[in-house]
Design a protein around this ligand. Structure first.
Ligand SMILES: Cc1cc2nc3c(=O)[nH]c(=O)nc-3n(C[C@H](O)[C@H](O)[C@H](O)COP(=O)(O)OP(=O)(O)OC[C@H]3O[C@@H](n4cnc5c(N)ncnc54)[C@H](O)[C@@H]3O)c2cc1C
Length: 429
């Protein structure tokens, strides 16, 4: 942007899914809004996300929010590069009860899904779509008929186009370096690499960079977490980094198609079966989990995240690389499920190296005003799919109340109104 405005009614920091969606809905409502990004649209996590859009969460508040998100994805599939192919979660007996609960809530909120239980029934459901399905020991299958996946970069540019068309300005290459506040703590101006910007409202939506902006606001880097049972975890780090592992096999995307030639639902498999390479070597006897979907020109997916800890150098982004065992295990898992992937290890390409996410003290999002006029959208790395959060934030900034975001306030750490925690041994839900 040639001339950066000297003031903005709403200054949104970060041009990822939350910043762009907030800007879009604010601008649509006729509000003056400027987005600044230190790099460019989709430079952060939203631009490298696998792009899976699912409802399968054990927490009711997450499910309700995700259902609202799907409505927005579905509103313009072309602009969002959205493929509404659905999503299937498969698990062993340890997952049955929780998937059944998720399914029951989906029925209550009108989310289109079906549940299959028992190994034979699950296998029959999968074989009806994929004749070469061969995974054993899976006794629960939640098939969500809505949701699916979207292509990360394209969808973020589609969102940016919508924001611009509605009247939002987006300034790339402008880094926020500090905040000027008045005596009440309200932010009056935002310091940037291109000079100060006077503001009425600020939205911080900086994904994995949230810890640095949090510090600029003098917010605590560790907190006490009060649990519903009255116990307290003292001095928990507010932010912990996890590394999301992803990989690709350079096979045509249609390799994953169902037998009738349709684009497949996203497949998400958690298993406790021993994982073997194609030559029979046992790679792990620990529970394992993967997800997989078609990408633009290949088949892409990931596995369970790795915890890194409270310190992490986020720049340059994305950083780091996958666990050395990841390519073998991910390819073996594909082959474990579908015989069409036998030998796919040879086609593994390390094009994507995954990326880091900043998780909150309870691993769920914080969507809240952290100062009178500063709204923080910190999604704890759940958020590419959460395209409706910006709509809700925009409504709140205009004086409304969001029942969808209310369960994600920062005060929950002090009041003990935490989200229920899944007992699943798998770290996804
Ligand atoms: C490998 C990987 C796979 C994932 N897969 C999925 C998935 O399949 N489904 C899903 O729902 N979620 C997924 N996620 C999580 C999801 O990507 C993130 O939760 C979400 O994209 C975060 O969006 P955001 O808008 O908060 O931040 P981001 O998209 O990270 O955008 C933040 C922006 O802020 C800018 N910025 C940072 N600091 C400053 C500053 N000081 N001044 C100005 N600008 C700044 C950055 O340049 C960046 O563009 C995945 C994450 C990773 C890492």
């Amino acid at each position: 942007m040639a001339d950066l405005p000297k003031s903005a009614k709403h200054l949104v920091i970060g041009a990822g899914v939350h910043g762009l969606a907030t800007a879009w809905f604010l601008a649509e409502a006729g509000e003056d809004v400027l987005v600044v990004d230190k790099d460019r649209v989709a430079a952060g996590a939203s631009g490298i996300a696998c792009g899976v859009i699912r409802n399968n969460y054990f927490q009711p508040a997450m499910q309700e929010l995700m259902a609202a998100c799907v409505e927005i994805w579905e509103s313009d599939p072309e602009a969002f590069s959205y493929h509404g192919t659905g999503y299937i979660a498969l698990g062993p007996p340890a997952q049955e009860e929780e998937l059944a609960q998720v399914f029951e809530r989906q029925q209550r909120i009108g989310y289109d899904s079906e549940l299959h239980t028992g190994e034979a029934e699950v296998a029959a459901h999968m074989k009806a779509m994929f004749g070469d399905w061969r995974a054993e020991g899976l006794t629960a299958c939640l098939h969500e008929h809505v949701g699916g996946f979207a292509f990360n970069q394209e969808s973020m540019h589609g969102l940016a186009d919508k924001a611009r068309a509605a009247g939002a300005a987006i300034a790339e290459g402008v880094e926020v370096t500090g905040f000027d506040s008045d005596a009440s703590g309200s932010v009056t101006a935002v310091q940037t690499s291109a000079g100060p910007i006077e503001v009425e409202q600020v939205v911080i939506a900086v994904g994995p960079w949230v810890a640095s902006l949090w510090e600029m606001l003098d917010l605590p880097d560790s907190i006490d977490v009060h649990h519903p049972d009255g116990s307290v975890e003292k001095d928990k780090p507010m932010w912990t980094y996890w590394y999301l592992q992803e990989g690709e096999v350079s096979l045509p995307p249609a390799t994953l198609n169902t037998d009738d030639g349709s684009e497949p639902p996203v497949l998400h498999v958690d298993s406790h079966a021993p994982l073997r390479a194609d030559d029979g070597t046992v790679l792990t006897e620990e529970p394992w989990g993967i997800y997989v979907k078609p990408d633009r020109e290949s088949v892409q997916g990931g596995a369970a995240p790795l915890t890194v800890g409270p310190e992490f150098e986020v720049d340059p982004y994305p950083t780091g690389t996958v666990d050395p065992k990841f390519p073998d295990e991910w390819c073996a898992a594909l082959s474990h499920c579908l015989s069409r992937f036998e030998g796919c290890r040879e086609s593994y390409v390390q094009v994507r190296s995954g990326g880091a996410g900043a998780f909150t003290a309870d691993n769920f999002p914080v969507f809240d005003r952290m100062r009178d006029n500063v709204y923080v959208a910190a999604d704890s790395n759940h958020g590419y799919k959460m395209i409706a959060v910006g709509k809700e934030i925009a409504a709140e900034l205009q004086g409304g109340h969001s029942t969808l975001l209310a369960p994600f306030r920062f005060e929950r750490f002090a009041t003990g109104r935490l989200h229920p925690v899944s007992q699943s041994p798998y770290p996804w839900s």
